[in-house]
Design a protein around this ligand. Structure first.
Ligand SMILES: [Zn+2]
Length: 151
């Protein structure tokens, strides 16, 4: 049995974080990266699957999960430098000395397996860290992202 440690306390929206919302291009609820925040709500998001940017639309699930505004969260909107440094170290450790030119181009049909080096047209090279059905956690040099795979 494998335990997937997704930190629930780390899911407050912030720029650079992932959020599940509907992609109008992919026509599915998918992981997006928050590109801009207005107050404590995501304003612009980028689809992790097709890379398109669009306005954030509140989904039903997100609406029920939404926490009351406390007024102290606005300073958290920028990613901390530590997070980026940690992510780069994680990416380099996973990628090892593999040639990025040998990476598999990413698409939702990608047959993902742990350790696979992929090349995403928006995010660049990344390494598959975890596969959960049709979603995979991929570590890029700047952040880890959830991508749709095995479609
Ligand atoms: Zn999309």
């Amino acid at each position: 049995m494998t335990l997937h440690r997704l930190r629930k306390s780390d899911t407050l929206p912030a720029v650079g974080r992932d959020i599940d919302t509907t992609c109008s291009k992919c026509k599915a609820e998918l992981a997006h990266t928050i590109m801009a925040m207005v107050a404590e709500m995501p304003a612009m998001v980028r689809c992790n699957t097709c890379g398109s940017e669009h306005k954030y639309r509140l989904t039903k699930a997100a609406a029920t999960k939404r926490k009351p505004a406390t007024g102290v969260g606005s300073r958290r909107a920028l990613p901390r430098k530590d997070d980026v440094t940690l992510s780069r170290e994680r990416f380099e450790r996973l990628a090892g000395d593999r040639d990025h030119a040998s990476a598999t181009p990413y698409s939702p049909r990608l047959v993902a397996e742990k350790g696979l080096l992929i090349d995403h047209k928006t995010f660049g090279p990344g390494v598959v860290e975890l596969v959960m059905g049709t979603k995979a956690t991929v570590v890029f040099a700047d952040a880890a992202r959830t991508l749709v795979v095995n479609r």
